[in-house]
Design a protein around this ligand. Structure first.
Ligand code: SAM
Length: 231
């Protein structure tokens, strides 16, 4: 269970009502049952439920089961697509190990809004399911110009560009800061691609000869960037 609270052996932590509901109703846990908790900073701990009710649960923390470990410094930026496809992108990006997620609106974006709370919940559930110790933050959406203006110039940005002569995307050392940007179903506008390549931190990359759906491109690109063991 992900809890945004300080974790330490011997502490008793109080969950919020939503987490107590998840534990009691979804996971069917009762007082005396055990679980594992993580918070993205302190690693993972054994816990025993001391009390569980509608307003929260008290969990006594036991031994640390996993220490915090560095994760690949890879961000995903993507143009939100239809709801189910966006949900899939968030879930799979979290499973594959991205450090942060940036929804970015582009000229051909089909969706002008996202449900930020829902996407954060999907990332949290995916991290719990795949036993990651870190939930990637889903940032508030911004438009492409703002995303590029805020982008740290010491991080490499790989922009997935279909129908281009760009070189294939290849894995780079995990701890080197990098990001993948995938466009919407309508693709990037030519002016957007021209504008992006003027930034020294941008590299256009290909994911093969076929035109992939945006969600396939995000998953395939991240699989390539994140599959290799730490280098
Ligand atoms: N409407 C565009 C077209 O017909 O040319 C296709 C856009 S594609 C469905 C959505 C996004 O996925 C693209 O903006 C790009 O970022 C990525 N993508 C899809 N196939 C790709 C490929 N073979 N190489 C690199 N990126 C790809």
């Amino acid at each position: 269970l992900h809890v945004p609270l300080k974790l330490a052996t011997g502490a008793v932590i109080g969950t919020n009502p939503a987490q107590a509901h998840y534990l009691g109703t979804v996971m069917r846990r009762r007082a005396g049952d055990t679980l594992r908790l993580f918070n993205g900073a302190d690693g993972e701990f054994d816990g025993v439920i001391e009390r569980i009710g509608r307003h929260g649960a008290d969990v006594a923390l036991g031994a640390q089961t996993r220490a915090p470990a560095p994760e690949p410094d890879c961000w995903l930026a993507f143009a939100p697509v239809k709801r189910d496809a966006t949900d899939l992108i968030i879930e799979k990006a979290t499973e594959l190990g991205v450090a942060a997620i940036y929804p970015v609106f582009t000229a051909h974006s089909q969706t002008a809004r996202i449900n930020h709370e829902r996407l954060t919940a999907i990332a949290t559930e995916a991290a719990e399911q795949c036993e990651r110790l870190h939930v990637p933050p889903v940032h508030e959406p911004r438009d492409l110009a703002q995303f590029l203006a805020d982008f740290p110039p010491d991080r490499r940005l790989f922009v997935a560009a279909e129908r281009s002569t760009a070189p294939p995307l290849v894995a780079i050392p995990h701890l080197q800061p990098h990001a993948l940007l995938v466009g919407p179903e309508g693709g990037f506008a030519p002016a957007e691609l021209d504008g992006m390549v003027r930034h020294g931190f941008v590299t256009l990359v290909s994911l093969g000869p076929r035109i992939l759906r945006a969600e396939t491109a995000a998953i395939a690109g991240l699989a390539r960037l994140l599959a290799a063991p730490d280098q």
